[in-house]
Design a protein around this ligand. Structure first.
Ligand SMILES: Cc1cc2nc3c(=O)[nH]c(=O)nc-3n(C[C@H](O)[C@H](O)[C@H](O)COP(=O)(O)OP(=O)(O)OC[C@H]3O[C@@H](n4cnc5c(N)ncnc54)[C@H](O)[C@@H]3O)c2cc1C
Length: 288
């Protein structure tokens, strides 16, 4: 199928984009990498009257380190993050995650802001944002506001961004030096969205877990923060047994959706296995 007819606007800066959106908030759609929106339009699952294309807005591009945080413009491509020098040394979880997104062609076009705004519960960036306790900056007609990861994801494919707001920037506070982190998932085929996966950050004090952040994908209507597993880990010795028990603790907490790709029970099982592996990998990456 072909998309329904639409108008097209190509603003040159963020202010212009905000004004264009504010003029028709309920009829317009922001176009970023187009990797999710364009197929939806082709299937007529999305029929915007006007597309506001951010691809000419240079101020939304780029990746930088700032005060211990990785700061990504909304239009930074997945590839820009993947190529960011020293990323794996600073936070292996982000490097793992970005390498798991689709295929190289998808990573060349798809954007960090687009992925977060799209809010697929199996996507990697929303989980990274949640695992690192990050935030986004939203720009609207009344100025900018910061939204923490915990308040951003509402339900399937829905965020708390207002209809007249544009996601402008993403802030990811990086874990302290020495912390170990990992993102591990299972997909049916290379490049597919994950059936389930886990993002983990572990800080150790000797053998003892000083801090843990655990987020699952593909098991709920948004990235799922496994607080029971986190509290189980905090203060415990990071033995194989502790990690396995923490991973098993998620079972009763989640009620994944069944679909053609896997039953609820299968996803629950996969999530537990991915979490155990992510915890073991994160532990192996802790440095003195
Ligand atoms: C074959 C295939 C495999 C894929 N595999 C994966 C995968 O494994 N993991 C994964 O995470 N993703 C995957 N994707 C999706 C890909 O990562 C997309 O890039 C991403 O979901 C959307 O980003 P985009 O820049 O393409 O956004 P678009 O498609 O342009 O937009 C997506 C939605 O977000 C809105 N939006 C975009 N930017 C903004 C903004 N700045 N402010 C407000 N709203 C905005 C748009 O209006 C639209 O509703 C895959 C896509 C394909 C086609």
């Amino acid at each position: 199928m072909k998309p329904a007819p639409f108008d097209y606007a190509r603003p040159r800066n963020l202010q212009e984009a905000v004004e264009l959106l504010a003029a028709r908030p309920d009829e317009a759609k922001i176009l970023a990498g187009g990797q999710s929106l364009v197929p939806m339009m082709a299937f007529r699952l999305a029929t915007p009257d006007v597309l506001i294309d951010l691809n000419g807005v240079g101020e939304l591009e780029g990746v930088r380190l700032e005060d211990g945080a990785l700061v990504l413009g909304a239009m930074a491509r997945h590839r820009d993050a993947e190529d960011f020098r020293g990323l794996r040394d600073r936070c292996a979880l982000v490097a793992d995650a970005v390498g798991l997104i689709g295929h190289p062609a998808i990573r060349n076009r798809g954007t960090v802001g687009g992925s977060i705004a799209h809010a697929d519960p199996a996507a990697e960036w929303p989980a990274v944002l949640t695992a690192l306790g990050g935030s986004v900056v939203a720009a609207g007609p009344n100025g900018s506001r910061t939204i923490g990861a915990g308040e951003l994801f509402d339900t399937y494919f829905t965020t708390t961004l207002a209809a007249d707001e544009i996601l402008a920037e993403v802030h990811l506070p990086l874990p302290p030096a020495g912390a170990g982190s990992a993102f591990i998932e299972l997909a049916r085929r290379h490049g597919d969205f994950a059936l389930a996966g886990a993002a983990v950050v572990l800080e150790l004090d000797g053998e003892i877990v000083a801090e843990a952040r655990v987020v699952l994908i593909g098991v709920a209507d948004r990235p799922f923060r496994a607080v029971t597993a986190e509290s189980f880990l905090r203060g415990a010795a990071a033995t194989d047994e502790t990690l396995a028990l923490a991973a098993a603790s998620i079972g009763p907490e989640i009620e994944p959706m069944s679909d053609v790709h896997g039953s609820s029970d299968y996803r629950r099982h996969v999530a537990g296995v991915m979490l155990r592996r992510a915890l073991e990998t994160a532990r192996s990456r802790v440095t003195a």
